[in-house]
Design a protein around this ligand. Structure first.
Ligand SMILES: Cc1cc2nc3c(=O)[nH]c(=O)nc-3n(C[C@H](O)[C@H](O)[C@H](O)COP(=O)(O)O)c2cc1C
Ligand SMILES: CCCCC(=O)C(=O)O
Length: 380
């Protein structure tokens, strides 16, 4: 083997390269958060704050990051978070992302605002696909998308519950960001989408569109409507508290994603790694808890799993890879994160995901003392 490309040693290369390629308003839409971007920063800071407790003289000649999640066999606990409009980043859009996910043995969550059809994404995919939903006022449109996803072979529905409206994204408001006319949420009736393509006064097309089309009256009682329309597992994305985790379990959901939408919704919301322990403690051990927000290295993945996540989802770095080199760029990002996690498992003396528990995390940061049980305070 020849020398490794320096780019493949560090995801920050992809971040810088994506920035150099993308128009400034698309970069801002992707990279930005809401308000003062406090939650966006806190997601990262929380990972930086936590430290690992390595064990030695453990046989790590074989490491294994595979798992089964909602009935699907995965080669890694690192999946792709749902993100709107991948064609903003590469002409092949979600089709390229799905091919790369398949190569990595990773789950991909496609967004209801995908810019390629569900059928084209499913045809390109060689691994499991889940579909993310926003609750539209037009329930007939929502029902139609669910039916198509099921027919195309999607294996779970991920309902995003942290976006009754769009957060105050100042970069998009300043830029008057609108989705370019040639990039479309092709899985939705185009008569519903017009606002996304108009920049509003002091707002973005996306915020205007959500105001028009998202149903902010959605409550727990409505989940039965979705359950009646599909036999697919239902995942709630955007849970940050023990209270909501308990309600999710009581309402029979199949998994939850601890998420603050990558700091794009409620600014000031707590970082996901800090919210994770209370959510895990509030649900039955059989209910998978996933996490997203600020996961950038294999170390971050290990920290989340040690604190109770079954898997993690990656957002922006996937789009960096997509912007840099389409399918190949996403494949390189996923390969890099998987290689980092593999090294972490070996050097941490926990060669399998099941070996990663709260004893792998120091509390408080910098202290060597483990806890008998995880607590919501762990590594805060
Ligand atoms: C450009 C962009 C578009 C997004 N679109 C959606 C979406 O359509 N639906 C959704 O549930 N989350 C969406 N998200 C949030 C991601 O699913 C995820 O929660 C977040 O990006 C994870 O944080 P990270 O980017 O720090 O990894 C989007 C995020 C970004 C950056
Ligand atoms: C109306 C599309 C919203 C996309 C989204 O969820 C995000 O940008 O975070």
């Amino acid at each position: 083997m020849g020398p490794v490309e320096p780019a493949d040693l560090d995801s920050t290369y992809f971040e810088a390269a994506a920035r150099a390629r993308l128009p400034a308003d698309i970069w801002d839409f992707m990279q930005g958060g809401s308000g003062a971007e406090r939650t966006l920063a806190a997601n990262r800071a929380q990972f930086e704050h936590c430290r690992l407790r390595p064990r030695t003289l453990v046989d790590v000649s074989t490491t294994d990051q595979s798992l089964t999640l909602l009935g699907s066999r995965l080669r890694t606990p690192i999946g792709i978070a749902p993100m709107a409009y991948h064609q903003l980043f590469h002409p092949e859009g979600e089709v390229a992302t799905a091919r790369a996910a398949g190569r990595a043995g990773a789950v991909m969550v496609a967004g209801i605002f995908a810019s390629r059809t569900l059928e084209a994404i499913a045809e390109a995919a060689t691994g499991p696909l889940w579909l993310q939903l926003y609750w539209l006022r037009r329930r007939d449109a929502l029902a139609a998308v669910v039916e198509r996803a099921e027919a195309a072979g999607f294996r779970a529905l991920v309902l995003t519950v942290d976006a009754p409206r769009i957060g105050r994204r100042l970069r998009d408001a300043r830029n008057g960001f609108a989705v370019p006319a040639h990039i479309r949420a092709v899985n939705l009736d185009q008569t519903l989408m017009a606002a996304s393509h108009r920049s509003g006064q002091g707002s973005s097309g996306i915020a205007e569109h959500a105001r028009e089309q998202f149903d902010p009256s959605l409550t727990w009682a409505d989940l039965s409507w979705l359950r009646e329309r599909s036999s697919l597992p239902i995942v709630l994305k955007g849970i940050l508290t023990a209270e909501d985790a308990r309600l999710a379990a009581e309402h029979g959901v199949d998994a939850v994603v601890v998420s603050n939408h990558g700091g794009r919704q409620l600014d000031g919301a707590l970082p996901t790694l800090a919210a994770l322990p209370e959510v895990v403690a509030a649900v039955p051990p059989t209910l998978p808890v996933l996490l997203d927000g600020g996961v950038r290295t294999g170390t971050d993945v290990a920290l989340a799993i040690a604190l109770g996540a079954r898997a993690v989802l990656i957002g922006r770095p996937v789009l960096w890879g997509l912007a840099v080199d389409g399918e190949e760029g996403v494949a390189r990002i996923l390969a890099l994160l998987k290689a980092e996690l593999d090294d972490t498992l070996a050097l941490l003396g926990r060669p399998r995901l099941a070996d990663l528990d709260h004893t792998a995390v120091a509390r408080p940061a910098g202290s060597a003392a483990p806890l008998a049980t995880p607590t919501p305070d762990q590594c805060r």
